[in-house]
Design a protein around this ligand. Sequence first.
Ligand code: DHB
Ligand code: FE
Length: 283
Amino acid sequence: MTTTQESPTAAGSGANASENFKASASSQEIADTPPERVAAIVTDVLKGVHDAIAKHDVSYPEFQAAKAWLMAVGEGGEWPLFMDVFVEHAVEAQVAASQQGTKGSILGPYFLPDQVRLGSTCKLPRRDDEKGTPLVLSGQVRDLDGTPLGGAEVDIWHADADGYYSGFAPHVPDGNLRGVVVTDDEGRFAIETVQPAPYQIPTDGPTGQLIGAAGWHPWRPAHLHIQVRAEGHRPITTQLYFAGGEWLDSDVAEATKPELIIDPQDDGTGIRRSTYDFVLESA
Ligand code: DHB
Ligand code: FE
Protein backbone atom coordinates (compact mmCIF):
# COMPACT_ATOMS: atom_id res chain seq x y z
CA MET A 1 0.00 0.00 0.00
CA THR A 2 1.40 3.39 -0.89
CA THR A 3 0.28 6.15 1.38
CA THR A 4 3.19 8.57 1.15
CA GLN A 5 1.89 10.91 -1.55
CA GLU A 6 -1.82 10.21 -1.30
CA SER A 7 -4.24 13.03 -0.78
CA PRO A 8 -6.52 12.51 2.19
CA THR A 9 -9.78 10.96 1.17
CA ALA A 10 -12.97 11.95 2.92
CA ALA A 11 -13.02 8.50 4.48
CA GLY A 12 -9.49 9.07 5.76
CA SER A 13 -9.81 12.56 7.15
CA GLY A 14 -13.44 12.18 8.17
CA ALA A 15 -12.86 9.04 10.18
CA ASN A 16 -9.74 10.62 11.68
CA ALA A 17 -11.75 13.67 12.71
CA SER A 18 -14.25 11.38 14.46
CA GLU A 19 -11.53 9.47 16.31
CA ASN A 20 -9.89 12.75 17.28
CA PHE A 21 -13.16 14.18 18.58
CA LYS A 22 -13.89 11.08 20.65
CA ALA A 23 -10.45 11.37 22.25
CA SER A 24 -10.64 15.14 22.74
CA ALA A 25 -11.30 17.29 25.79
CA SER A 26 -14.29 18.89 24.06
CA SER A 27 -16.07 15.54 23.84
CA GLN A 28 -15.68 15.26 27.66
CA GLU A 29 -17.42 18.63 28.01
CA ILE A 30 -20.77 17.25 26.93
CA ALA A 31 -23.44 19.26 28.66
CA ASP A 32 -25.63 17.90 31.41
CA THR A 33 -28.72 19.62 30.06
CA PRO A 34 -31.98 19.49 32.06
CA PRO A 35 -34.94 17.75 30.38
CA GLU A 36 -36.98 20.96 29.89
CA ARG A 37 -34.13 22.54 27.96
CA VAL A 38 -33.50 19.39 25.89
CA ALA A 39 -37.20 19.31 25.04
CA ALA A 40 -37.30 23.02 24.16
CA ILE A 41 -34.26 22.86 21.87
CA VAL A 42 -35.08 19.56 20.19
CA THR A 43 -38.72 20.58 19.68
CA ASP A 44 -37.55 23.70 17.82
CA VAL A 45 -34.98 21.76 15.76
CA LEU A 46 -37.63 19.24 14.74
CA LYS A 47 -40.10 22.02 14.03
CA GLY A 48 -37.54 23.53 11.65
CA VAL A 49 -37.31 20.18 9.87
CA HIS A 50 -41.07 19.69 9.77
CA ASP A 51 -41.62 23.23 8.50
CA ALA A 52 -39.04 22.72 5.71
CA ILE A 53 -40.76 19.45 4.71
CA ALA A 54 -44.12 21.22 4.47
CA LYS A 55 -42.74 24.31 2.76
CA HIS A 56 -40.94 22.30 0.07
CA ASP A 57 -43.48 19.46 -0.14
CA VAL A 58 -40.76 16.87 0.49
CA SER A 59 -41.49 13.45 -1.06
CA TYR A 60 -40.88 9.93 0.28
CA PRO A 61 -37.89 9.34 -2.08
CA GLU A 62 -36.37 12.59 -0.78
CA PHE A 63 -36.98 11.49 2.81
CA GLN A 64 -35.28 8.14 2.08
CA ALA A 65 -32.36 9.96 0.41
CA ALA A 66 -31.98 12.05 3.57
CA LYS A 67 -31.92 8.92 5.75
CA ALA A 68 -29.33 7.24 3.51
CA TRP A 69 -27.20 10.40 3.60
CA LEU A 70 -27.37 10.70 7.40
CA MET A 71 -26.27 7.08 7.71
CA ALA A 72 -23.37 7.70 5.30
CA VAL A 73 -22.17 10.71 7.30
CA GLY A 74 -21.98 8.52 10.41
CA GLU A 75 -20.41 5.54 8.65
CA GLY A 76 -17.80 7.81 7.03
CA GLY A 77 -16.98 9.39 10.38
CA GLU A 78 -17.83 12.82 8.98
CA TRP A 79 -20.08 14.23 11.71
CA PRO A 80 -17.31 16.40 13.22
CA LEU A 81 -16.52 17.84 9.78
CA PHE A 82 -20.17 18.47 8.97
CA MET A 83 -20.97 20.01 12.36
CA ASP A 84 -17.91 22.26 12.37
CA VAL A 85 -18.54 23.50 8.83
CA PHE A 86 -22.28 24.06 8.98
CA VAL A 87 -23.22 24.51 12.62
CA GLU A 88 -20.27 25.55 14.82
CA HIS A 89 -20.26 29.19 13.65
CA ALA A 90 -23.72 29.71 15.14
CA VAL A 91 -22.60 28.38 18.54
CA GLU A 92 -19.43 30.48 18.36
CA ALA A 93 -21.53 33.58 17.68
CA GLN A 94 -23.44 32.96 20.93
CA VAL A 95 -20.18 32.68 22.91
CA ALA A 96 -18.69 35.72 21.16
CA ALA A 97 -21.62 37.87 22.29
CA SER A 98 -20.34 37.68 25.89
CA GLN A 99 -16.58 37.72 25.24
CA GLN A 100 -14.48 40.88 25.18
CA GLY A 101 -11.04 41.22 23.62
CA THR A 102 -9.92 39.47 20.45
CA LYS A 103 -12.75 38.13 18.31
CA GLY A 104 -13.13 34.36 18.30
CA SER A 105 -13.88 31.97 15.47
CA ILE A 106 -14.62 28.26 15.16
CA LEU A 107 -12.24 25.58 16.47
CA GLY A 108 -12.92 23.23 13.55
CA PRO A 109 -12.17 19.50 13.58
CA TYR A 110 -8.36 19.63 13.26
CA PHE A 111 -7.11 20.88 16.63
CA LEU A 112 -4.70 18.46 18.33
CA PRO A 113 -3.63 18.98 21.96
CA ASP A 114 -0.13 18.66 23.41
CA GLN A 115 1.91 19.85 20.45
CA VAL A 116 5.57 20.79 20.77
CA ARG A 117 6.26 23.80 23.06
CA LEU A 118 8.32 26.50 21.41
CA GLY A 119 10.07 29.66 22.61
CA SER A 120 8.60 33.09 21.87
CA THR A 121 10.65 33.52 18.69
CA CYS A 122 10.37 30.27 16.79
CA LYS A 123 9.86 28.31 13.64
CA LEU A 124 6.96 25.86 13.45
CA PRO A 125 7.98 22.24 12.78
CA ARG A 126 8.07 21.67 9.05
CA ARG A 127 9.39 19.26 6.42
CA ASP A 128 12.82 19.96 4.89
CA ASP A 129 11.13 20.59 1.56
CA GLU A 130 8.04 22.37 2.96
CA LYS A 131 6.35 24.27 0.13
CA GLY A 132 4.97 27.76 0.51
CA THR A 133 5.87 31.40 0.97
CA PRO A 134 7.63 32.06 4.30
CA LEU A 135 5.36 33.89 6.71
CA VAL A 136 6.19 35.48 10.06
CA LEU A 137 3.39 36.33 12.46
CA SER A 138 4.46 38.41 15.42
CA GLY A 139 2.57 40.24 18.13
CA GLN A 140 1.77 40.57 21.78
CA VAL A 141 -0.70 38.93 24.16
CA ARG A 142 -2.29 41.39 26.58
CA ASP A 143 -4.98 41.69 29.18
CA LEU A 144 -8.05 43.87 28.53
CA ASP A 145 -6.34 46.65 30.51
CA GLY A 146 -3.20 46.46 28.37
CA THR A 147 -1.00 44.43 30.75
CA PRO A 148 1.33 42.16 28.73
CA LEU A 149 0.84 38.46 29.45
CA GLY A 150 4.21 36.73 29.64
CA GLY A 151 4.15 32.92 29.59
CA ALA A 152 0.88 32.87 27.62
CA GLU A 153 0.43 29.99 25.16
CA VAL A 154 -0.20 30.79 21.51
CA ASP A 155 -1.29 27.39 20.19
CA ILE A 156 -1.16 27.53 16.40
CA TRP A 157 -2.04 24.95 13.71
CA HIS A 158 -2.73 25.32 10.03
CA ALA A 159 -2.92 23.60 6.67
CA ASP A 160 0.14 23.34 4.42
CA ALA A 161 0.57 25.02 1.04
CA ASP A 162 -1.65 22.29 -0.48
CA GLY A 163 -4.42 22.74 2.09
CA TYR A 164 -3.70 19.59 4.17
CA TYR A 165 -3.46 19.27 7.97
CA SER A 166 -0.91 17.11 9.77
CA GLY A 167 -2.50 14.39 11.88
CA PHE A 168 -5.32 14.01 9.35
CA ALA A 169 -3.74 13.86 5.88
CA PRO A 170 -1.77 10.60 5.69
CA HIS A 171 1.14 12.06 3.71
CA VAL A 172 1.90 14.93 6.15
CA PRO A 173 4.16 14.05 9.11
CA ASP A 174 2.69 14.30 12.63
CA GLY A 175 3.16 17.70 14.26
CA ASN A 176 3.87 19.48 10.98
CA LEU A 177 2.92 23.19 11.11
CA ARG A 178 1.67 22.91 14.69
CA GLY A 179 3.12 24.25 17.94
CA VAL A 180 2.45 25.88 21.29
CA VAL A 181 4.39 29.14 21.35
CA VAL A 182 5.09 30.58 24.81
CA THR A 183 5.24 34.39 24.97
CA ASP A 184 8.22 36.22 26.51
CA ASP A 185 8.07 38.47 29.58
CA GLU A 186 6.49 41.23 27.50
CA GLY A 187 3.85 38.88 26.11
CA ARG A 188 5.52 38.92 22.71
CA PHE A 189 5.87 36.19 20.11
CA ALA A 190 7.24 35.84 16.56
CA ILE A 191 6.32 32.67 14.68
CA GLU A 192 7.90 31.68 11.40
CA THR A 193 5.85 29.38 9.22
CA VAL A 194 4.60 29.14 5.63
CA GLN A 195 1.53 30.59 3.99
CA PRO A 196 -1.30 28.01 4.08
CA ALA A 197 -3.53 27.34 1.07
CA PRO A 198 -7.32 27.49 1.13
CA TYR A 199 -8.90 24.32 2.58
CA GLN A 200 -11.30 22.18 0.61
CA ILE A 201 -13.80 19.89 2.31
CA PRO A 202 -13.07 16.37 0.96
CA THR A 203 -15.36 16.08 -2.04
CA ASP A 204 -15.53 12.27 -2.10
CA GLY A 205 -17.50 11.80 1.14
CA PRO A 206 -21.11 12.49 2.13
CA THR A 207 -20.47 16.12 3.17
CA GLY A 208 -18.85 16.77 -0.21
CA GLN A 209 -21.71 14.95 -1.93
CA LEU A 210 -24.25 17.18 -0.24
CA ILE A 211 -22.29 20.29 -1.22
CA GLY A 212 -22.19 19.05 -4.83
CA ALA A 213 -25.87 18.09 -4.83
CA ALA A 214 -26.78 21.57 -3.56
CA GLY A 215 -24.50 23.32 -6.06
CA TRP A 216 -22.44 24.99 -3.32
CA HIS A 217 -18.64 25.21 -3.24
CA PRO A 218 -16.50 23.25 -0.74
CA TRP A 219 -13.89 25.89 0.12
CA ARG A 220 -12.69 27.73 3.20
CA PRO A 221 -10.32 30.68 2.69
CA ALA A 222 -6.70 30.15 3.77
CA HIS A 223 -6.43 30.54 7.53
CA LEU A 224 -4.27 30.11 10.62
CA HIS A 225 -5.95 28.49 13.62
CA ILE A 226 -4.89 30.01 16.93
CA GLN A 227 -5.92 29.36 20.51
CA VAL A 228 -4.45 31.72 23.10
CA ARG A 229 -4.35 30.64 26.74
CA ALA A 230 -3.02 32.46 29.79
CA GLU A 231 -3.44 31.70 33.47
CA GLY A 232 -6.35 33.53 35.06
CA HIS A 233 -7.78 34.45 31.65
CA ARG A 234 -10.55 33.17 29.45
CA PRO A 235 -8.93 31.38 26.48
CA ILE A 236 -9.73 32.58 23.01
CA THR A 237 -10.09 30.27 20.01
CA THR A 238 -9.81 32.11 16.74
CA GLN A 239 -8.52 32.11 13.16
CA LEU A 240 -6.63 34.64 11.08
CA TYR A 241 -7.40 35.12 7.40
CA PHE A 242 -5.47 36.81 4.60
CA ALA A 243 -6.50 40.06 2.91
CA GLY A 244 -7.45 39.47 -0.72
CA GLY A 245 -7.61 35.70 -0.17
CA GLU A 246 -9.83 33.54 -2.32
CA TRP A 247 -13.15 32.44 -0.71
CA LEU A 248 -12.90 35.13 2.00
CA ASP A 249 -16.38 36.36 1.13
CA SER A 250 -17.96 32.93 0.73
CA ASP A 251 -16.39 30.69 3.40
CA VAL A 252 -18.39 27.44 3.41
CA ALA A 253 -18.01 27.42 7.22
CA GLU A 254 -19.15 31.08 7.57
CA ALA A 255 -16.36 31.65 10.10
CA THR A 256 -14.61 34.78 8.80
CA LYS A 257 -14.81 38.14 10.59
CA PRO A 258 -13.39 41.44 9.33
CA GLU A 259 -11.38 41.90 12.56
CA LEU A 260 -9.51 38.65 11.87
CA ILE A 261 -7.99 39.56 8.50
CA ILE A 262 -4.24 40.16 8.33
CA ASP A 263 -2.36 41.60 5.39
CA PRO A 264 1.23 40.29 5.46
CA GLN A 265 3.71 42.29 3.42
CA ASP A 266 6.90 41.08 1.76
CA ASP A 267 9.83 42.54 3.71
CA GLY A 268 11.97 42.64 0.57
CA THR A 269 13.61 39.25 1.25
CA GLY A 270 10.69 37.07 0.16
CA ILE A 271 9.33 36.71 3.69
CA ARG A 272 5.79 37.95 4.32
CA ARG A 273 5.34 39.55 7.73
CA SER A 274 2.32 40.55 9.73
CA THR A 275 1.60 41.53 13.30
CA TYR A 276 -1.46 40.63 15.32
CA ASP A 277 -2.03 41.25 19.02
CA PHE A 278 -4.32 39.08 21.12
CA VAL A 279 -6.32 40.53 23.98
CA LEU A 280 -7.71 38.23 26.67
CA GLU A 281 -10.44 38.83 29.21
CA SER A 282 -9.83 37.88 32.86
CA ALA A 283 -11.46 34.62 33.84
C1 DHB B 1 -13.37 22.16 8.71
C2 DHB B 1 -12.05 22.27 8.34
C3 DHB B 1 -11.31 23.36 8.74
O1 DHB B 1 -10.01 23.53 8.41
C4 DHB B 1 -11.89 24.33 9.52
O2 DHB B 1 -11.12 25.35 9.88
C5 DHB B 1 -13.21 24.22 9.89
C6 DHB B 1 -13.95 23.13 9.47
C7 DHB B 1 -14.15 20.96 8.29
O3 DHB B 1 -13.76 20.27 7.35
O4 DHB B 1 -15.15 20.68 8.94
FE1 FE C 1 -9.04 24.93 9.34
